[in-house]
Ligand binder design. Sequence first.
Ligand code: ATP
Ligand code: MG
Length: 420
Amino acid sequence: MPKYARLKGTQDILPVEQPYWEHLRMRVAEIARAYGFERIDTPIFELTELFNRGVGDATDIVEKEMYAFKDRGGNEIALRPEFTAGVMRAYIENGMQVLPKPVKLYSIGPIFRHEQPQAGRYRQFHQFNAEILGVQDPLADLEIMLLAWDIYDSLGFQSLAFQVHSTGCPICRPQYVSLLAEHYRAHADAICDDCKRRVAVNPLRVLDCKQPQCQPIIAGAPKMLEHLCGECAAHFTKLRGYLEHLGKPHTINPRLVRGLDYYTKTVFEVWAEGIGAQAAVCGGGRYDGLIELLGGHPTPGVGFAAGMERAVMVMQAQHIAVPPLPAPLVFIAFLGDATARHAAQLLRALRQAGLGAQIAMGGSLRSQLRQADKSAARFTLIVGEDEIAQDVVTLRDMATGEQETAPLNGVAQTIVERLG
Ligand code: ATP
Ligand code: MG
């Protein structure tokens, strides 16, 4: 056993896994930019209070999952358990409210939640996240949903599906919530302990309870969609109309409520095959009340957060090929200590000429050539004493096995020519 092991729920992303991550990050950035989203990076920690308000005191995230602690200065801070609250704080604090609407932002980075670890569920994980601020029209909901969809689609994900629902707004939701709570109180002896608590603090959350005993109660519960106000119903109908027009299959999921209090109207998830029980790769929705709640001018918003570990799991489960990360083009091997400085000089010349190169760090020529093979370099340069005396080096094309003698001072040029 090594003396130190990684903490439960954390992972090392080793070099062999990196091609998946790099490919995913590239796709996210490419597509987000092509759709008019700009990147924003916010701190990994914020005042705990921001998340208490922005995520919601009565959510699992705040109640049970947040890494919150007092720092050495006595401030109550927390590692971010999601992006949105921090991005909204930055939007308000940096005066972005005066920017022409919509403001479209995306982020990529680590997220922290103290959860029970299992496949696809970790304590430190990564998300890509996107937000559209300042637009009330369901066209913004559509755009945010399409961004998520098109990222997965461009990665080659099979069997994608949208799950959609509406959780209403401060006008229609309270009435529905009291109907729901009434239904639950009538079945108080049949529901799980968590739901007993939820009914008191955050009744909507009973709808996504996974306990078997609660399933029949959920099935018999009143439906939010039957209690939407006119505006929310019209918003939902319009969004569904857009999706149908674009031929995007979607399932209405009356249990989709999200764990976060600030969601209004649209909620959605993207599901993909290949991750077993953790079927959601992405979740999002509208949060028209959030910016005002955090002290900004009332501003509508819609966004999503997508788990990157789950996306990588899908890529692997669905056998999606990802491009290998490029290795340095040239590997320099050398024979004998006296040639080391010539080899180092050559390394520098190649790099200055813009060619990726690395050098062997000692060992027999044989082991250096083995390293060259493993490095996936296209060319190997062999620097020997006899050659140096004649101002030449040996150039081996690793793809064809052909070997030639090249002038020491013109190697970069020769390599460029051989590349065509
Ligand atoms: P779940 O129901 O799976 O707990 P959630 O509702 O907590 O998800 P969000 O807060 O909306 O999820 O986060 C968005 C996405 O982030 C999820 O769809 C999932 O892909 C990913 N995600 C959430 N929690 C974790 C975790 N602990 N480990 C890895 N990925 C996660
Ligand atoms: Mg969760």
